[in-house]
Design a protein around this ligand. Structure first.
Ligand code: ASP
Ligand code: MG
Length: 412
């Protein structure tokens, strides 16, 4: 007998029909003799509706009160799902975050889980009931209601799975798994059977639509096997876990991309200690996140310095640069907010040379100019003009044969 944590997202519980369907899915697992702890989101659109209500009254809404408001969405679905289970003859019991005692810090609207008291859950499980816990919410030491940030039900589920040492945490959603790339860009994108935590984090730009990134970090830290699958269609979904020895590995698992990039360049700054900090310090102070950073070698005591930021922060970053870099005596500042970042991701590339050159060669073959490059152990990223996004993704998908699974690639 195994213990599973199931999490159902907003679309999966988007109507009473869907909720009854979820009940059937849970009953299937119970019938096989397994224990199930369920975490649910609010019904589809509900959290947005509540945020909008709050903003009609107060802008920005008081964070403590906003959390009291937002936590009601999940309270609706836990009760309805328990009723659906009972109606079908199965004993179930719902708990809010406070009732289970999902203890968090007091960072309202983005609280972090500190501890989970599993006693009550274990008692209810041994009484033979299905447990349904409200996702996305917790309670502080002082008894204030908190929420965990948008998409936070995933993190509730993983945290419960870790605390209960569940055999697997299944995240039911409206897509049937994690894909090699976005199928809207490359229709031949393929669902992956497995992916590692590290790869999933690097695929954030694709994966974050499927899973809250914090939940993946959490799962990695506590080694919780996570499976993403659809509540609408049958299938195994994608298993996110650690790399297993002897596991058949693809060199590349997927292609991630990020459309929201902008780059800024400072030309001709004096090449001396402290320059990087002088340029990036004020950017960090303004809470602007910097992604890639490139500094050129300086043949003549002057250097060029380029970095990328989120497109929304482009203007703000440019204004800051204008101020700091004129003071520093830089020659010129330039920028471009029509760029995208494309990344090849795969733990398999760790042990294989030549992936980068194959990537650059195939982009060159399409006449795509690479503007920046950065690499890590399991990722190679390039920045290109935004108009090349589709072409670049499709080209790389083809060249690295991502539409085929490992076995057929190996025999090539
Ligand atoms: N209902 C919350 C949201 O929409 C939490 C979740 O669904 O994971 O962000
Ligand atoms: Mg979600």
């Amino acid at each position: 007998m195994a213990l599973y944590v199931h999490k159902y997202g907003g679309t999966s519980v988007g109507s009473t029909e869907r909720i009854k369907h979820v009940a059937d899915n849970i009953i299937n697992v119970r019938e096989k003799g397994h224990d199930v702890v369920v975490v649910v989101s609010a019904m589809r659109g509900e959290t947005n509706r509540l945020v909008a209500l709050a903003r009609e009254i107060q802008e920005p809404p008081n964070p403590r009160e906003l959390d009291v408001l937002l936590s009601t969405g999940e309270q609706v679905t836990i009760a309805l799902l328990c009723m659906a289970l009972e109606q079908k003859g199965y004993a179930a019991c719902s708990y809010t975050g406070a009732q289970v005692r999902i203890l968090t810090d007091d960072a309202f609207t983005k609280a972090r889980i500190l501890d989970i008291d599993t006693d009550r859950i274990k008692d209810t499980l041994s009484a033979g009931k299905v447990i349904v816990v409200a996702g996305f919410q917790g309670i502080t030491e002082n008894g204030d209601i908190t929420t965990l940030g948008r998409g936070g039900s995933d993190t509730t589920a993983v945290a419960l799975a870790a605390a209960l040492k569940a055999d697997e945490c299944l995240i039911y959603t409206d897509v049937d798994g994690v894909y090699t790339t976005d199928p809207r860009i490359e229709p031949r994108a393929r669902r992956l059977n497995r992916i590692t935590f590290e790869e999933m984090l690097e695929m954030a730009s694709l994966g974050s639509k499927v899973l809250q990134i914090r939940s993946v970090e959490f799962a990695g830290k506590y080694n919780v096997s996570l499976r993403v699958l659809s509540s609408f269609t049958e299938g195994e979904g994608t298993l996110i876990s650690y790399e297993e020895a002897g596991m058949e590995k693809a060199l590349i698992s997927g292609i991630a991309f990020n459309r929201d990039e902008a780059k800024l360049t400072v030309l001709g700054v004096p090449d001396r200690p402290g320059i990087a900090h002088k340029i990036l310090g004020p950017i960090a102070d303004a809470n602007i996140e910097v992604d890639m950073i490139v500094q050129n070698i300086a043949p003549d005591a002057k250097t060029d310095f380029t970095f990328t930021v989120h497109r929304n922060d482009y203007k703000k970053a440019m204004d800051i640069l204008q101020r700091t870099c004129t003071e520093m005596g830089a020659r010129e500042i330039s920028g471009d907010d029509k760029i995208v970042k494309i990344s090849l991701v795969g733990v398999g590339m760790r042990s294989h040379a030549g992936i980068a050159s194959k990537m650059f060669e195939s982009l060159a073959g399409e006449g795509i100019n690479i503007r920046m490059i950065s690499t890590s152990e399991i990722k190679i990223s390039v920045v290109v003009d935004e108009r090349y996004l589709e072409l670049a993704v499709r080209t790389l998908h083809e060249v690295f044969k991502l539409d085929q699974d490992v076995q057929s690639k190996e025999s090539n």
